[in-house]
Design a protein around this ligand. Structure first.
Ligand code: FCB
Length: 440
């Protein structure tokens, strides 16, 4: 059982989320190559050498998937548009089939009474732009602005909301410092540049969409609660650094026009010259802020160069990702984001969910652990609402099992089960629980 609509404010919206590369099938419909294709083709980067070539075949099964969204009684659907599907070379020639696909997607949602919530970049950078340095190259802000104009000139009149970039931390830190995601770099200078250029690109895209007359524009960041490994001063410093890199850098740039001191300590020498002058663009006003939240980390000091910290194992029950389940962290970030960064601006939980060891038996998946996870996180949302935080919606990650990046297809986050051989969809118990809870 999940809480029902009447347990939330009247205007509270429930949604499901996906992303282009994880579901569409990137080999279909004339999409150009991306850095995720080449990253996945490099041995050792992705579990079982899986990739997004077929995904969930959403490109061909759009109608069935739209029916699933509407059938679950969801109010809003958060999807992303693929840059390389719209502009196969990242710039220049437009793939009309790509534009037509997103047009059908948006119209199909509207016909079913579901609000389209678009994200412009959920990680599959066109290879031609990766060849030019990708997020390390300042020009990406202009390329991204041009792409924003092309796709939004087509669908911007009908989307309900739009956000430029999903999870700037993953785009920059996870992919350029930790090397876990494409382009798989481990380089502090590349990281600093990517972190700054991601925000500059965010600002430019907001400018373009305002210019097109669009409204309800936001930013989507991800957060991880940080728990100190012990009470030492060194640990407190490591925790503050981790928190600043992960949870405060991007909000600081967008909402305050400044970067946290703890990050500048390590990254200032590597940031592009004149970075301070870009805050006028980065702080373009937005209408809402989205929080993606899954877990917490236990952090302690490490005897290494900056950021001089390491992750330690935690004691709480974990999901299939090995992520600790910690709903209090969601309440904490909703409250802290409103208090320290966004004030009265509407907040949305734009992603939350878990990977579980789901088993399809007799045509059903009894994912009670997922229902429990969602329940507990919705409880955290309710506590934030009661405390006066303007939380306006919650999106479940994800509509269906999909390509979970470096972990391939084995980590199942969906409310709907996907058989990756037959591509057959089977709604899980969690989907049915939402359908019931959200009956109007
Ligand atoms: C988020 C990503 C999403 C998915 C979930 C599990 O960081 O935005 O694509 O991979 O994690």
């Amino acid at each position: 059982m999940l809480p029902t609509r009447k347990d939330f404010p009247q205007d509270f919206l429930f949604g499901v989320a996906t992303s282009a590369y994880q579901i569409e099938g990137h080999s279909f419909g004339g999409a150009g190559p991306t850095h995720w294709d080449s990253f996945a083709a490099t041995p050792g980067n992705v579990d079982k050498a899986d990739n997004g070539a077929v995904g969930c075949d959403h490109y061909h099964r759009l109608v069935e998937d739209l029916d699933l969204i509407a059938g679950g009684n969801f109010d809003v659907y958060r999807f992303s548009t693929s840059w390389a599907r719209v502009l196969p070379e990242g710039r220049g020639a437009v793939n009309q089939d790509g534009l037509d696909f997103y047009d059908r997607l948006v119209d199909g949602l509207l016909e079913r009474g579901v609000k389209p919530a678009a994200t412009l970049y959920h990680w599959e950078l066109p290879s031609a732009l990766a060849d030019l340095g990708g997020w390390r190259n300042r020009d990406i802000a202009n390329w991204f602005a041009d792409y924003t104009r092309v796709i939004m000139e087509r669908i911007g009149d009908r989307v309900w909301s739009a956000a430029p970039i999903n999870e700037p931390w993953c785009v920059s830190w996870l992919s350029h410092f930790e090397g876990h995601h494409a382009p798989g770099l481990r380089d502090i200078r590349a990281t600093a540049r990517a972190m700054h250029h991601v925000l500059l690109s965010h600002g430019r895209a907001i400018e373009v969409m305002r210019d097109l007359g669009m409204s309800n524009l936001g930013a989507v960041c991800n957060f991880e609660y940080v728990e100190p490994a012990d009470n030492s001063a060194e640990t407190a410093r490591a925790v503050a650094t981790y928190d600043a890199i992960y949870n405060r850098f991007f909000l600081g740039g967008i909402f305050k026009g400044e970067y946290p001191q703890e990050v500048l300590e390590g990254l200032a020498p590597h940031l592009p010259t004149g970075w301070q002058d870009d805050f006028a663009t980065i702080t373009q006003p937005v209408d809402w802020c989205g929080l993606n939240y899954y877990t917490r980390k236990i952090i302690g000091p490490a005897d290494t160069p900056w950021p001089s910290l390491e992750e330690r194992p935690g004691p709480l029950p974990k999901t299939e990702m090995g992520w600790e389940i910690y709903p209090d962290g969601l309440e904490y970030f909703l409250k802290r984001t409103a208090r320290d960064f966004t004030g009265d601006l509407p907040l949305y939980v734009t992603e939350n969910g878990m990977a579980a060891p789901d088993r399809l038996e007799n045509g059903a998946v009894q994912d009670d652990d997922r229902i429990d996870y969602i329940n507990r996180h919705l409880g955290a949302v309710q506590r934030a609402v009661q405390a006066g935080v303007p939380v306006k919606g919650y999106y479940s990650w994800s509509l269906m099992d999909n390509f979970e990046w470096a972990l391939g297809y084995d980590k199942r986050f969906g409310l709907v089960h996907v058989d990756f051989d037959s591509l057959e969809r089977t709604p899980k118990a969690s989907y049915h629980a939402f359908r019931k809870a959200l009956t109007r």
